[in-house]
Write a protein that binds this ligand. Structure first.
Ligand code: ADP
Length: 440
């Protein structure tokens, strides 16, 4: 995290340096070198002497006046040939010199200026240049002031950035700590952030993820516990029956025992198949989607269960134009069949199967019975694997508590929802909502 902050700091400093250079270059291009301007001001006395005193002399006086200046002024003023000076200068400065302007050289604290353009001051004066040296030019204070200005700007930028970003760093460090602790196995640990914190949404997502992982691991633990618990009873019975078999020679009632053993083995097999189905649904992220007729499929479910629904009157109520649905037909039929089987187990006499379609194409399927219903406080838990309301009652009905867990997973795989309410005849009323899915 510190490395990240240092990199950010270095990047800001680099940007400020680049900005400083860019400002200097742009000003030089558009308005001329600011340092040269400063130097020109500093050397303005000497320039003034040359232009206002020496240059004002008559034709033969010019050199005399220049010599006078040389004697009294601290500045050295030499006359040198034009060509070697031109060779030293850039094109822009050459043009400046040729126009008769003063060309300042800040580094050597000097300036050049042509004696005259037409050779009127003395013979060959147009081929000579005044080279003034030892000028009182010192740009260091100006450079220092500029540097100070940029340092102050940099600090004014960096301080708020540092204050602003430190809250992010602190938040990120807290998240890092939480992630480390979670990774170390403390599944209850969560990130605590305030709503106004910038990392609050990220922390929330992380907390949701942590919660989901925790509940998944809990569910897995519970599942394993319940499976072993459920398997123990038939296995114990098998063991007991086997013990009896060992003494078969002495026991004449062998046949009924064998049949009981067979029933237990069947029970074990049924449990294992349901468990496997449930496990498959966990992995079945990719549905086997196809377009199928919804009304026909619902009727198929009722027809195929006629042997269990026999004693009950099943009222099918769905419009003729219910249409088709794109989803996993096998999975949805399995869910409806599970609900119908339950209804058959608990209904007194009647079962209602209702389906409708809303304008946006989503589907609602309602299955209701006139049985004992499901108490309000249990409705949240009945979709958990192995959860049964009344164990003694369910033993006789032969369920493992996996049917509704399979239904829930099948509906969730279609991004749908299932909830249970009290029906108008006191029984259970399951409401399934299925959104529109498209063929992939
Ligand atoms: P099981 O296979 O044991 O029936 P389910 O997961 O299908 O398991 O159901 C869970 C529990 O919900 C059942 O034990 C039962 O007590 C209750 N239940 C399910 N459907 C109904 C219903 N239609 N009426 C009353 N209780 C029901």
């Amino acid at each position: 995290m510190n490395r990240l902050f240092l990199r950010f700091f270095a990047l800001v400093m680099l940007s400020i340096s680049v900005a400083t250079i860019a400002i200097y270059v742009s000003i030089t291009i558009f308005f001329g070198d600011p340092l040269e301007e400063v130097a020109q001001q500093q050397a303005s006395g000497q320039i003034l002497l040359l232009t206002e005193y020496v240059d004002q002399a008559g034709q033969n006086e010019w050199l005399t006046r220049l010599n006078k200046i040389r004697e009294i002024a601290h500045t050295q003023m030499d006359l040198i040939p034009l060509q070697p000076v031109l060779a030293k200068l850039t094109q822009a400065r050459q043009a400046q010199l040729m126009r008769g302007e003063v060309v300042i050289d800040v580094a050597s604290k000097s300036f050049y200026r042509r004696v005259d353009l037409k050779g009127e001051r003395y013979v060959g004066s147009d081929e000579e240049v005044v080279h003034a040296q030892n000028l009182p030019i010192d740009v260091a204070p100006v450079l220092k002031t500029e540097a100070l200005r940029y340092i102050i700007v940099a600090l004014c930028l960096l301080i708020p950035i540092a204050v602003w970003s430190s809250s992010h760093w602190r938040g990120l460090q807290a998240l890092e700590k939480v992630a480390d602790e979670f990774g170390a196995g403390h599944l209850k640990v969560r990130a605590h952030t305030k709503e106004r914190d910038s990392i609050h949404p990220l922390a929330q997502r992380m907390n949701q993820m942590a919660g989901r992982i925790e509940s998944l691991l809990d569910a897995q633990k519970n599942l394993l516990h319940s499976v072993s618990h459920e398997l123990r009873t038939p296995i114990a019975r098998l063991e007991f029956a086997l013990e009896l078999l060992r003494n078969a020679a002495k026991n004449p009632q062998l046949e009924p025992r064998m049949q009981a053993m067979e029933a237990d083995i069947n029970e074990l097999n049924a449990l294992v198949s349901e468990l496997l189905d449930l496990g498959k649904l966990d992995q079945e992220a990719i549905l086997n989607r196809s377009e199928f007729d919804l009304g026909n499929s619902l009727s198929d479910c009722v027809d195929s269960l006629h042997h269990v629904l026999d004693e009950h009157l099943v009222s099918e109520d769905f419009p003729a134009d219910l249409g088709t649905y794109c989803g996993d037909q096998r999975l949805l039929k399995r869910a409806i069949s599970n609900l119908l089987r339950n209804a058959a187990k608990y209904a007194t006499a009647r079962i209602w199967l209702h389906a409708s379609r809303s304008e946006d194409g989503s589907v609602e399927i309602i299955l209701e019975d006139d049985g004992p219903g499901i108490p309000a406080e249990e409705r949240g838990r009945i979709f958990e694997a192995f959860y049964r309301l009344d164990r003694s009652r369910d033993r006789t009905t032969g369920g493992f508590g996996l049917g509704l867990a399979i239904v829930k997973k099948a509906i969730s795989a279609h991004r749908g929802q299932i909830l249970v309410q009290e029906g108008q005849y006191g029984g259970a009323k399951f409401i399934i909502s299925l959104p529109v899915l498209h063929q992939e």
